[in-house]
Design a protein around this ligand. Structure first.
Ligand code: PRP
Length: 173
């Protein structure tokens, strides 16, 4: 493992937390087909495990977004680069994210998807970094709350690398 990586959440801890979240999602949506909307790319590992942790019926949808608020300035500009394949009208939907950081991406997604008429629309994120919030967003399901540090692994990248790590680590340059 790279000397720059310090494990924050090992694979076993992630697995047990994701299992809990799956049960919680089902308990909150009894008898409903849950549409899990994964925001590419970082959420795909979380999605794959979360989907298997939810008992009963789920649908999978994918949404590509490009954010332009990286770096030092926060414009809050987010664009959909790959839209959902199917309508979500009348469906119980849960947006699945790897991390909510400034909250700008999620704020945009909630506003954009809400107008499509889902029966319900909630948010599940593996990692929540509330210390870096620039806008108020409600996150309904949180795997872990983390301090304002740069994390990689389990879907999260640095220059497209490290997404395949089975654990979450703090990257220390
Ligand atoms: C990350 C993450 C969220 C967003 C959160 O995506 O997956 O979509 O940033 O940040 P925010 O709360 O500050 O808006 P990223 O742009 O890194 O793309 P990726 O998922 O393809 O890695």
């Amino acid at each position: 493992m790279s000397a720059n990586l310090k494990v924050l959440f090992p694979a076993e801890q992630i697995a047990s937390r994701v299992a809990e979240l799956g049960i919680q999602l089902r308990a909150d949506h009894p008898g409903e087909t849950i549409t899990l909307i994964a925001v590419l790319k970082g959420s795909v590992l979380f999605l794959a495990d979360l989907a298997r942790a939810v008992p009963g019926d789920v649908r999978l949808e994918f949404l590509g977004v490009a954010s332009y608020h990286g770096g030092t300035s926060s414009s809050g500009a987010v664009q959909i680069t790959q839209d959902l394949r199917a309508s979500i009208e009348g469906q119980a939907c849960v947006i699945v994210e790897d991390i909510v950081d400034t909250g700008l991406t999620m704020d945009y997604l909630l506003r954009t998807l809400a107008v499509r008429g889902p029966r319900s629309l909630k948010v599940a994120c593996l990692l929540d970094k509330p210390g870096n919030r620039e806008t108020d967003v409600q996150v309904d399901y949180v795997g872990f709350t983390i301090p304002d540090e740069f994390v990689v692994g389990y879907g999260l990248d640095l220059g497209e690398l490290y997404r395949n790590l089975p654990f979450v680590a703090v990257y220390q340059p």
